[in-house]
Ligand binder design. Structure first.
Ligand code: 15L
Length: 271
């Protein structure tokens, strides 16, 4: 299987590149600029997400894509619109044109960030974006659904909590995704025969997490890492002193930024 990974110069891509090479051999890496530290088995095909011709060239001969590219945190609307709305539409059109029918879409916890921390939710609960960025991930999940039903492109959308090697604080104890576990989800998304369009949560085996990830387990996901196995250097008590809105919602500081709403009502409505 020839796999393309976008967002290839980002942090998460850096974690999974070795695993990708080992499993799939020839891997195509794409970012806005050339990937400069190419390893054996990797090639670079740069493409801006709004540049259809460059995306066409990047996707030539490709069987499956891990799409990590685009805006990965909150920003102004024009920035989010360009890469995560317009750019993602161009991306799916290019995939359709190139005959690629497998996509792993890096969605985010921020698609549901306005759920209270005490609510346990599954992928089928309504979305509750906490930022313009989170809203763009909801759009991406919608786009994936549309392209699956209309054009047969099969997507696994992974709502990543935070993908880093260690869960260094109390929030990460709940939302942490070890890069190896993320890669396991990527292989499921690229290879599992029973995927049409599916949303899962990108979390390791953290007993304190907020999510019911049953659809992922049904597809064979068996996370190997657990946040509880690590010492958390920053305690929940410390975090609790930060911001009442951040502490109330799953999205943390993303929910708190610019918050000018009614905290009690927002919590009550999601009880
Ligand atoms: C995200 O969606 C970001 O891409 C990532 O960088 C983290 O900030 C993460 O959310 C988070 O909320 O911790």
């Amino acid at each position: 299987m020839k796999v393309l990974m976008t967002g290839a110069t980002g942090e998460v891509a850096g974690f999974i590149r070795p695993m990708l090479r080992e499993r799939y051999g020839d891997v195509v890496l794409s970012s806005r600029s050339e990937v400069e530290d190419l390893q054996e088995g990797e090639s670079s095909r740069p493409a801006d997400l709004t540049d259809r011709a460059a995306l066409d060239a990047a996707m030539e001969g490709v069987d499956g894509i891990i799409h990590l590219g685009g805006q990965s945190v909150e920003d102004d609307w024009q920035t989010v619109l360009k890469s995560n709305i317009d750019g993602l539409y161009t991306f799916y059109e290019a995939a359709r044109g190139a005959g690629v029918n497998r996509v792993v879409f890096a969605s985010s916890i921020h698609a549901i960030g306005f759920y209270p921390r005490h609510r346990r939710i599954g992928p089928d609960d309504p979305t509750r974006p906490d930022t313009r960025y989170g809203l763009s991930k909801v759009f991406g999940e919608g786009l994936a659904s549309f392209y699956a039903d209309k054009f047969g492109i099969r997507t696994l959308s992974v709502r990543i909590g935070q993908c880093v090697p260690e869960p260094v604080d109390a929030r990460l104890q709940q939302i942490w995704l070890h890069p190896e576990d993320f890669f396991q989800l990527c292989t499921i998304g690229l290879e599992h025969p029973d995927i049409h369009n599916q949303i899962v949560f990108g979390a390791s085996h953290n007993t304190r997490n907020f999510w019911d990830n049953e659809p992922a387990f049904r597809l064979g996901y068996r996370p190997k890492h657990a946040a509880e196995d690590y010492e958390s250097p920053r305690s929940l008590a410390e975090e609790t002193e930060r911001d009442p809105v951040a502490d109330a919602f799953q999205g943390g500081m993303f929910a708190a930024e610019e918050f000018d709403g009614d905290l009690d009502r927002a919590l009550w409505s999601a009880r």
